[in-house]
Write a protein that binds this ligand. Structure first.
Ligand code: PMP
Length: 433
C-alpha cells in the first residue's frame, strides 16, 4: 500500500520545516495531520489515501472556475508545448495587462510579477519612490504578504509605530509602518494629523479577508483616499485576494456600483489572475507606474515575471469567468453560508456570516465583527471541532477560522449537497466545544 498521510507528514517534517511550504497548511490552529493532496478536479480534491473532499479552499482563491478547468488546462498545455520560459517579452503578457486595465479603470499601467508578496512590495517601493516619503500605514489583521515592512504588529495605542511581527524583521524597518485599527477613520485622521508629512501610502485590503472576511464600512475606502490625498499620500488597494473573485471587477467593482466609489492610486492583484499558476501584478496611475525601471528610478525585476504558462492560465481563467461564473459563485456562497448558518443556529451556536461580495466566512460571536480586535475575541475554539467534523465527512475547509471560505463555479448540486448534509454534525461538534 502506498504511504498514508501520517507517514508522509513524518517524512515531510524530516525534509521541510514543519513539513509545509506555507505555514497555515500545517493545521497549526486546528490540530491533526494535513491531508497530502494528489489531484483536484472541479469542486473536489483527492488525498493520497484516495479520499475525495468537496473543496472550499480553492487553492486559497485562484480556482474560481473549479480545479483543472478544461479550458485552462488546455491553454497551459498549449503554452508548454511552445516553451516553458523565455526570459523575454511575450504577446500574451500585454493581453493580460489589457484585459485587467479594461475591467478595472484605475489601472492605467500594469506590471506582472509572480506572487502577491512581490506585488505589494513593489507597490510600496513605488509609493515611497514617488512621494519621497518612508512611512506606510497598514491595518491590523490585514495581510499583504511576508515582506519585512508588512510583517509589523501594532504597538499599544493609536497611531504608534509598529514592532516587528516576525523574528528577522529589523525593528528599524517595522518602525516605518504605522498599524491602525481597521474601519476606524478617526484613527486614520489622527495618524495623518500626527505624521502626515512622513506618510508615503496607506495600504489596505480592498475588503479584508485574512482575519476572516471583514468588509469595509460604507465609504471607508473612499474616505481613506480623501484623507491620504489631502496629505499628499497614496492609497494602495490590495486586491490580491478580492480581485476577480469578490466580483468580476474585484472589490473595486463592487463599490463602483454604489455611492462611495473610490479610485486608489495603486492596486495589487494575484491569485485569480494566475488561475492557479504564479502570476500577480501591481497596477495603477500611469504617472506612478512609469516610475518603474526601465522608465524610472524605482527598480523591480523578475526572471520568471510574466511566465508564459502562468500568463496562459490567467488569461484562460479571466476569459472563461463570464457573468454566469460570478452568478454561480454568488449563488454557491449563499447556499453554503445559509446551510452552515442554519445548522449552527439549530445547535444554538453564536455566529455571524461575514460577507464581501462572493467571499464569506463565519465568526463565532454574537455580532458581526468590524476589526481585528473583535475578530480575535470570538469563540475561536469552536472552529477546530467544526473543521474536523467537516473533514471527516469529506468537506475540506480552510484550516483556520481567520480565513475566507472559497466556493467555485464548479460546485454543483452534488458537491453543495455534500456540504449541506455535513453541516449539522459539524455544528453539533462546534456546540459541544
Ligand atoms: N495580499 C493579500 C490580500 C493576500 O491575501 C495575500 C495572500 N493570501 C497576499 C497579499 C500575498 O500573496 P502571495 O501569497 O501570493 O505572496
Amino acid at each position: 500500500m502506498s504511504a498514508t498521510n501520517d507517514e508522509l507528514f513524518d517524512r515531510a517534517r524530516a525534509a521541510i520545516p514543519g513539513g509545509v511550504n506555507s505555514p497555515v497548511r500545517a493545521y497549526g490552529s486546528v490540530g491533526g495531520t494535513p491531508r497530502f493532496l494528489v489531484s483536484a478536479r472541479g469542486p473536489y480534491v483527492t488525498d493520497v489515501e484516495g479520499r475525495e473532499y468537496v473543496d472550499l479552499v480553492a487553492s486559497w482563491g485562484p480556482a474560481i472556475l473549479g480545479h483543472a478547468h478544461p479550458e485552462v488546462v488546455e491553454a497551459v498545455q498549449d503554452a508548454a508545448s511552445r516553451g516553458l520560459s523565455f526570459g523575454a517579452t511575450t504577446p500574451a503578457e500585454t493581453e493580460l495587462a489589457e484585459l485587467i486595465e479594461e475591467r478595472i479603470a484605475p489601472v492605467e499601467r500594469l506590471r506582472l510579477v509572480s506572487t502577491g508578496t512581490e506585488a505589494t512590495m513593489t507597490a510600496i517601493r513605488l509609493a515611497r519612490g514617488f512621494t519621497g516619503r518612508d512611512v506606510i500605514v497598514k491595518f491590523a489583521g490585514h495581510y499583504h504578504g511576508h515582506s519585512d515592512g508588512l510583517l509589523a504588529e501594532a504597538g499599544s495605542g493609536l497611531a504608534t509605530f509598529a514592532l516587528p511581527g516576525s523574528a528577522g524583521v529589523p525593528a528599524d524597518i517595522a518602525a516605518l509602518t504605522l498599524v491602525l485599527p481597521y474601519n476606524d477613520l478617526d484613527a486614520v485622521r489622527t495618524a495623518f494629523a500626527e505624521h502626515g508629512e512622513r506618510i508615503a501610502a496607506v495600504i489596505v485590503e480592498a475588503a479584508a479577508a485574512n482575519m476572516g472576511v471583514v468588509a469595509p464600512l460604507p465609504r471607508f475606502n473612499a474616505s481613506l483616499v480623501e484623507i491620504a490625498h489631502a496629505h499628499g499620500a497614496l492609497v494602495i488597494s490590495d486586491e490580491v485576494l478580492t480581485g476577480f473573485r469578490a466580483g468580476p471587477r474585484g472589490w473595486w467593482g463592487v463599490e463602483a456600483e454604489f455611492p462611495g466609489a473610490y479610485t486608489p492610486d495603486l492596486l495589487t492583484f494575484g491569485k485569480v489572475i494566475g488561475g492557479g499558476l504564479p502570476v500577480a501584478a501591481v497596477g495603477g496611475r500611469r504617472d506612478i507606474m512609469e516610475r518603474l525601471a526601465p522608465l524610472g528610478p524605482v527598480y523591480q525585476a523578475g526572471t520568471l515575471s510574466g511566465n508564459p504558462l502562468a500568463v496562459a492560465a490567467g488569461l484562460a481563467t479571466l476569459r472563461a469567468a463570464d457573468d454566469a461564473v460570478y452568478a454561480a459563485l454568488d449563488r454557491n456562497a449563499e447556499i453554503v453560508s445559509n446551510a452552515v448558518s442554519d445548522a449552527l443556529s439549530a445547535e444554538g451556536v453564536a455566529h455571524a456570516v461575514q460577507y464581501a461580495g462572493t467571499l464569506f466566512s463565519f465568526v463565532f460571536a454574537e455580532q458581526p465583527v468590524f476589526d481585528y480586535a473583535q475578530a480575535k475575541a470570538q469563540d475561536v475554539w469552536r472552529y477546530a471541532p467544526f473543521f474536523h467534523s467537516m473533514l471527516e465527512q469529506g468537506v475540506s475547509l480552510p484550516p483556520s477560522v481567520f480565513e475566507a471560505w472559497f466556493v467555485t463555479a464548479a460546485h454543483d448540486e452534488a458537491a453543495l449537497g455534500r456540504i449541506v448534509d455535513a453541516a449539522p454534525a459539524a455544528a453539533k461538534a462546534a456546540a459541544a466545544a
